[in-house]
Design a protein around this ligand. Structure first.
Ligand code: DAH
Length: 333
């Protein structure tokens, strides 16, 4: 019976109708592929029907073949049609999920800036790195030994009065200068030494236009065989020229327990001399404290106030402007 042309025709028609409605109902591309295999695959329903065509007569075969082709094309068209629909729907769904409203006002994020104290520190360190120095840091909370004793401050020496600080209940103190790191660094490293040490310092100072209780210093230390005061002076001069150009500078003889001889360096600021650093040849007692042989090694050190340098650089009239976070001031840098 199944090889009757009329039966085959009816079967092809049923295949077409079922196929088209199944394809039209497919809700995913995977399902579509399944249906393609079911109807049009090598072992699919259409091939099955075509196989039974062998039993038809020579006249019937082309007729049924033509109908089978029409059914095949109809199914292919429907498959393609549905594939496009599903793809378009997938794209629409994705677009909907990713919608951004480009007309919405943006979030304003003001651009940050480097604080003038930090940019000044960076400039100073850059210069010393260019001269072959390494950058190191050390503790802000310190023992009497590192802040004073190893730096040759005798227990009752009046030089301690110039650097009164905040003493902590456990006997430690907030360092009064970055010179404490000289000792730490030399304890940890053998000569030769060339090191630049930035950091925060504390003093029981009365705050005014040029003094603050919390401030920043950069310490310089160079130890080697045969270093002399000439090396110190040349280094300081080159550094200040690099930083300030042709601003007048002067050296004044001074005293620090940890250097001998010692000097202070002033720079012109608002028509007067402003002290920006202390310096000198490292005292042999300091070298002895860290186990360096003062008969073999000499060296120089300097300590500069970052606030003071920044005040000269930017013609700032009052040190307190650095700390009160006034944006009108900070936005100028
Ligand atoms: N530590 C000194 C101070 O805070 C500054 C200073 C002077 C540092 C001379 C030095 C130096 O390294 O050699 O006043």
């Amino acid at each position: 019976m199944s090889n009757q042309p009329s039966t085959l025709k009816a079967q092809l028609e049923t295949l077409r109708q079922e196929g088209i409605s199944a394809i039209a109902a497919a809700d995913s591309l995977d399902r579509l592929e399944e249906l393609r295999v079911v109807y049009l695959g090598k072992k699919g329903q259409l091939s099955g029907l075509l196989r039974s065509m062998g039993q038809l007569s020579a006249e019937e075969r082309p007729q049924i073949g033509a109908i089978a082709n029409v059914v095949k094309e109809a199914l292919q068209d429907e498959l393609e049609n549905q594939r496009q629909k599903l793809q378009a729907a997938a794209i629409q769904a994705q677009l909907k999920a990713e919608t951004i409203d480009v007309t919405m006002p943006g979030v304003y994020r003001p651009l940050g800036r480097v604080h003038p104290l930090h940019s000044t520190m960076d400039r100073v360190l850059d210069i010393f790195v260019g001269l072959g120095y390494t950058v190191a840091q050390g503790p802000e909370m310190e023992t009497d030994y590192y802040n004073f004793e190893a730096l040759n401050f005798q227990p009752d020496h009046p030089a301690r009065d110039m650097q009164d600080t905040l003493f902590l209940p456990d006997g430690n103190l907030l360092r009064t200068h970055t010179s404490n790191v000289q000792i730490h660094y030399m304890e940890d490293n053998d000569p030769p030494v060339r090191v630049a040490i930035p950091g925060r310092c504390y003093r029981r100072d009365t705050v005014d236009a040029t003094h603050a209780a919390v401030f920043h210093q950069i310490e310089i230390l160079a130890i080697d065989e045969g270093l002399t005061f000439t090396d110190l002076k040349g280094t300081v001069k080159i550094f200040l020229q690099e930083l300030f150009g042709d601003s007048p500078i002067r050296f004044r003889a001074s005293y620090f327990p940890f250097t001998e001889p010692s000097a202070e360096v002033d720079v012109q600021w608002k028509g007067r001399w402003l002290e920006v650093m202390g310096c000198g040849m490292v005292d042999p007692n300091v070298l002895k404290a860290v186990g360096y042989d003062p008969e073999v090694y000499t060296g120089f050190a300097a300590g500069m106030g970052v606030e003071r340098l920044a005040m000269v650089l930017h013609e700032i009239d009052d040190i307190r402007r650095f700390y009160n976070s006034d944006l009108r001031f900070l936005q100028q840098f």
